[in-house]
Ligand binder design. Structure first.
Ligand code: GTP
Length: 598
């Protein structure tokens, strides 16, 4: 342990600029993995992360590097996710580090999350080393990107390391550079213990593994620790560092990044951002924690087969073990039976959870239309939050209804400015600022209802800007709104799981689109099926699915009963993926169809 030879750093960047690829190169350069064991995106351990090429959870790893100066350095790299849904992970990673490599794609240039991540790093007083990646691309334009880095980010262009994470070019020089520019950690291993919990995960055999950064003191197996926010005490069983696995150490000292295992069974007993100290000789003050992450999108999850309810419960429980940001409670629907109301950080988070439930647990599930959380003030003065359309009260009892607003931060080439402004205004956006970054690029800010960006805003933004505009957002608070509950009535039955809360002026349009989409999704059956959209008792839109004229079994002549049975059997198979609502079969896609806005 030589404190001055430690470097704690993270890589921050806009999504897809190549963080995970660069981290891979570091691991290879430092021989932390043999070429035989090497898989792409080593630090992305979930299948979904690898397949989609996105990082969801931050990961830490300690690598050893022999520098040309003759010393061996201990480099602690904390990988961070790039997508806005997971930006809270970035802030955790940042608080465990002294420096950050700010990665910018050589052909894309500075984008919205490059800026927001850099501000986050500056807030924590990190030293920043600018890196331009993907220099191997024919479209790489170092001069232009260097101008942006100098002008938009205020960093010195002489500091820039141009690299290719793909080919490994200049990566060695970059590592030497970060050792030079990023300071070694402060603190003393003699002081009372002060360490930050920046993450945790659950191991089936060892219980909760706490990821920590030590700021002061020393910790070893056998110590009794105290978690400062709630004064809970545990005995340390093992401490160590991360090297693509847990590697036990005799102790951990000030400045190091590593893990603690202390017989903790329940991940909810550990709060990220909390401070750990020793019961004997505790430190005086806790480190300043993080803003708590709050889910912003809510949806109910139901098993298609009601017998799978317990299985679904177990699966969600299991996912929750490693994802404290996922929240859930029991829910029941007249149409869908028993299920769970879940809260997510954003739509991507929702999709990831949905995919994991289906793939890792083999469950067949239906998700209801996602909703934001509204703040309702009743006429009797009571204030409460509501995210489930099924619980929407009699409008007569409501004094005030407010919805969450975000500040959207968009960077775009000026060519697309006009169509992006039209898009944002169409989503009830109010422009709050416009700033020309150079002659070709502009940064615009809009205050917008979160509910409007939930659905297809991001896709639309990407398509009208040919992929060039980038987008970042943060929730800024509640603003008054005018809400109605839009119900869907299928064949005379009000389907609670298809209800949604919508902005009043948009209700007619939405009702019309939803009916049209449902008509496309629901297969024709033996009888006529009317589909209606209604507000209260007023029907605002209607479509009809005409009856299937021919009986499928009529093809089998006469008495061949076994053939007839086979056909019916086959139909039943197909039905498994359907949800019966009243006497109409709804495919899973029907529940997603209500999200489409055009
Ligand atoms: P998130 O983890 O989702 O935030 O993305 P990321 O920033 O980690 O990006 P990732 O490393 O997954 O790289 C995104 C894409 O860029 C992948 O297809 C990489 O193969 C590619 N890429 C990364 N570095 C380079 C590079 O130096 N040159 C080229 N040509 N492609 C690269």
């Amino acid at each position: 342990y030589e404190q001055e030879k430690i470097r704690n750093f993270c890589i921050i960047a806009h999504i897809d600029h190549g963080k995970s690829t660069l981290a891979d190169r570091f691991l290879q350069r430092c021989h932390s993995v043999s070429d035989r064991d090497f898989k792409e995106q080593m630090l992305d351990s979930m299948d979904i992360e690898r397949e989609r090429g996105i990082t969801i959870k931050s990961q830490a790893v300690t690598i050893e590097f022999n520098s040309v100066d003759g010393n061996t350095y201990q480099l602690n790299l904390v990988d961070t996710p790039g997508h806005v849904d997971f930006s809270y992970e970035v802030s955790r990673a940042i608080s465990a580090c002294e420096g950050a490599l700010l990665l910018v794609d050589a052909s894309q240039g500075v984008e919205a999350q490059t800026l927001s991540n850099m501000y986050m790093a500056l807030d924590h007083d990190l030293d920043i080393v600018p890196v331009v990646n993907k220099m191997d691309l024919p479209s790489a334009d170092l001069e232009r990107v260097a101008d942006q880095i100098e002008h938009d980010l205020g960093l010195e262009r002489e500091m820039i390391y141009p690299v290719s994470a793909k080919t490994g070019k200049n990566v060695e020089e970059l590592i030497e550079g970060l050792i030079k520019w990023i300071p070694s950690p402060g603190g003393s291993s003699e002081n009372p213990l002060k360490c930050l919990i920046f993450d945790s995960h659950y191991d089936a055999y060892r219980g909760v593994v706490i990821h920590i950064r030590l700021f002061e003191g020393t910790i070893k197996a056998g110590d009794e620790i105290c978690i400062m926010s709630n004064n809970s005490k545990y005995k340390v069983e093992d401490v160590g560092i991360f090297k693509l696995g847990l590697v036990p150490q005799k102790d951990l000292k000030a400045g190091q990044v590593g893990y603690i295992i202390a017989g903790i069974k329940n991940i909810s007993d550990i709060r990220v951002g909390d401070t750990i100290t020793l019961t004997k000789n505790p430190c005086e003050e806790a480190l300043s924690g993080f803003r708590e992450v709050k889910p912003v999108v809510f949806s109910s999850v139901y098993p298609v087969d009601t017998n799978q309810y317990e299985e679904l419960h177990a699966a969600i429980d299991k996912l929750k073990l490693n994802d404290a940001s996922l929240i859930y409670e029991k829910d029941a629907s007249a149409a869908l039976g028993f299920g769970f109301r879940c809260g997510f950080l954003g739509l991507l988070h929702l999709e990831v959870i949905q995919e994991r439930l289906e793939r890792e647990f083999g469950l067949n599930i239906v998700l209801t239309s996602p909703s934001v959380r509204y703040r309702i003030t009743r006429q009797d003065g009571e204030v409460y939050f509501l995210d489930n359309p099924a619980e929407y009260p009699d409008p007569g009892t409501i004094e005030l209804c407010e919805e969450p607003f975000i500040q959207a931060d968009i960077i775009t080439p000026t060519d697309y400015l006009g169509s992006i402004m039209t898009l944002c205004m169409g989503k009830r956006g109010i422009q709050t600022s416009m700033n020309y970054l150079d002659e070709k690029r502009v940064e615009i800010k809009f205050a917008m209802p979160l509910a409007e960006v939930l659905f297809d805003f991001y896709d639309k933004l990407k398509s009208i800007s040919k992929g060039y505009a980038s987008f970042d957002y943060e929730v800024i608070g509640f603003r008054p709104t005018n809400l109605v509950k839009l119900d869907i009535v299928i064949n005379g039955d009000r389907v609670d799981a298809l209800s949604q809360l919508v902005f009043k002026d948009n209700a007619y349009e939405r009702g019309r689109i939803v009916c049209k989409k449902l008509k496309q999704e629901i297969t024709r059956q033996q009888f006529k099926i009317p589909i209606q959209a209604a507000i209260g008792n007023t029907v605002i839109s209607r479509e009809t699915i005409s009856a299937l004229r021919k009986d499928v079994t009529s093809k089998c002549y006469g008495g061949d009963i076994s053939r007839k049975r086979k056909l019916l059997e086959k139909q039943k198979e197909g039905k498994k993926r359907m949800k019966m609502v009243g006497n109409v079969e709804l495919p899973q896609s029907a529940f997603l169809a209500v999200l489409k806005t055009s």
